[in-house]
Design a protein around this ligand. Structure first.
Ligand code: SAM
Length: 276
């Protein structure tokens, strides 16, 4: 006899988004595997649910995963949750689901909110074809390599980003992709929810001076079919935004040249002339 693994979505902010079925699943499961038991305890307390929990996170997933699979194989049912949103999406769970499937265990979805889908739906960006790129690396070289690989991507691109890394990520995105439309979806379903539609250069400039707060999903338009003809004025505008984001004049001229195809020397001279 074997039990079942339920993959349960939890709210990304507003607790009213916790579904009736998700609640019942947590009540009826034999135990809950939670990314952080303290976070999940708050959810359980809010809904008056009392249930055995065990922690299942990135650094104990091998040992705990084996234990969870053993218990399910003996007939228990397990509800897997993460701190917020869908487990296994930039959250622990992927390995456990794979192991359960490999062991012939039934895996059942109890879907709930997911930040990337929620953000895309309210962004106003093309949603017919998109790719999810998760978190960028904290390592500057890996982050830039990841972005370089995406510069020809035509689909809408979705990223998760932590507030303390947002300014650097936007600057690197501007350098890799050129100036494009971006939607910054912040604090979705929470009191300070906002979706700002702007350009990468404006966003990079703004967040070089203003400290971002809260959780962000970034939605960036894919590469246009027809490449745009840039003027020197466009190049100057981009260079100035790059300078506002903290780069020196010559680096900004170089980056703006890369984006627009206009000669670096021309941009540099025009920038100097405007500064006189
Ligand atoms: N598994 C989750 C999901 O499916 O939504 C995502 C977990 S991932 C560790 C956390 C990231 O999701 C945050 O850094 C942020 O980029 C995004 N996120 C989660 N909640 C959010 C919210 N309420 N508003 C905006 N972004 C959010």
């Amino acid at each position: 006899m074997s039990g079942r693994l339920y993959v349960v979505g939890t709210p990304i902010g507003n607790l009213e988004d916790f579904s009736v079925r998700a609640r019942r699943t947590l009540e009826e499961a034999d135990f809950i595997a939670a990314e952080d038991t303290r976070v999940t305890l708050r959810l359980l307390n809010h809904f008056g649910i009392k249930k055995e929990m065990l922690s299942y996170y990135e650094h104990n997933k091998r040992d705990k995963g084996n234990l969870i699979i053993e218990r399910i194989m003996k007939g228990e049912s397990c509800a897997l949750v993460s701190d917020a949103g869908m487990p296994a999406i930039s959250d622990p769970g992927e390995d456990l689901v794979r192991a359960a499937r490999g062991a012939g265990i039934a895996v059942e979805a109890v879907p709930g909110p997911c930040a990337l889908v929620t953000a895309l739906a309210v962004s106003g960006m093309p949603s017919g074809r998109f790719c999810f790129e998760g978190f960028l690396s904290v390592n500057k070289i890996s982050r830039r390599k990841h972005l370089e690989e995406l510069k020809g991507e035509k689909r809408t691109m979705i990223f998760y980003e932590a507030p303390h890394k947002l300014a650097a990520a936007l600057k690197d995105m501007l350098c890799a992709f050129g100036d494009r439309r971006i939607a910054l979806a912040r604090e979705l379903t929470k009191i300070h929810e906002s979706v700002i539609s702007t350009t990468l250069s404006e966003a990079a400039s703004y967040y070089s001076e203003n400290i971002p707060k809260g959780e962000f999903v970034l939605i960036i338009e894919g590469k246009a079919e027809e490449s745009r003809e840039y003027t020197l004025d466009d190049a100057l505008e981009i260079a100035k935004n790059i300078m506002n984001a903290g780069s020196a004049i010559s680096a900004a001229a170089k980056e703006a040249a890369g984006v627009t195809g206009i000669k670096k020397g021309d941009i540099y001279k025009a920038l100097l002339a405007q500064m006189k």
